[in-house]
Design a protein around this ligand. Structure first.
Ligand SMILES: [Zn+2]
Length: 210
């Protein structure tokens, strides 16, 4: 069984959402300076790298990240490869042959290719899911949607896709790197940090071949 690490590496160089603070990861205690141990501290947005959006991100009074069900975050998942798509719409999804009873869908798009590059500039032209595409997935009974850029929604219209998914109780995983993963079925393990009262949390996500 092959294991795929689909998590972005968090470092001060990682691309972040335009309004988000950059990652600050620094050693505050250094053995080379005589300390008994090395200790680092980190400051960053909870929406950095590979992460979960909790309902509270876009819904007042919505559920926060520590309460998202681990049963939704782990289990069978389908990776759909859409190499030539700019926006994932209902029409695209209707023609994509997603297997029946799929509960977790991860979209591999041209976004994933970008993670292989050293270039760390934010790209507004990333591939995203339209609001009608979100409704289509909800109606099919999908419970987790994963995307390979920093937002599930188009850059100029972030609210409708997020609100539709989060109001329907669909878990959103953003910032996946699916560049090494072929279309097909896997088992997903996605474990966000257990941050109290947070609108999101960074996660380690892996796929295991089935
Ligand atoms: Zn997010």
């Amino acid at each position: 069984m092959r294991t795929y690490d689909i998590t972005l590496t968090i470092s001060p160089n990682i691309v972040v959402w335009p309004e988000d603070p950059p990652v600050n990861l620094e050693r505050v205690s250094k053995m080379e300076d005589g300390a008994i141990a090395n200790v680092s501290r980190i400051a960053m947005s909870v929406h950095t790298g590979t992460h979960i959006d909790a309902p509270f991100h876009f819904i007042e009074g919505g559920e926060t990240v520590e309460n998202i069900s681990l049963r939704l975050l782990t289990g069978r998942a389908y990776v759909l490869h859409l190499p030539d798509v700019d926006l994932i719409t209902t029409e695209i999804l209707e023609n994509a042959n997603i297997p029946p009873r799929t509960r977790r869908v991860l979209f591999r798009t041209r976004n994933s290719e970008q993670w292989k590059k050293a270039n760390n500039k934010f790209n507004k032209e990333y591939v995203s899911l339209s609001a009608d595409g979100a409704e289509y997935l909800i109606n099919r009974g999908v419970k987790l949607v994963g995307v390979d850029y920093l937002s599930v929604a188009p850059f100029n219209d972030v609210v409708p896709t997020h609100q539709a998914l989060l109001e329907a109780g669909v878990v959103i995983v953003e910032g996946l790197n699916l560049s090494a993963v072929s279309q097909g079925r896997y088992t997903l393990y996605c474990l966000p940090l257990k941050l109290a009262n947070s609108d999101g949390a960074p996660a380690r996500a892996i796929l295991v071949g089935v």
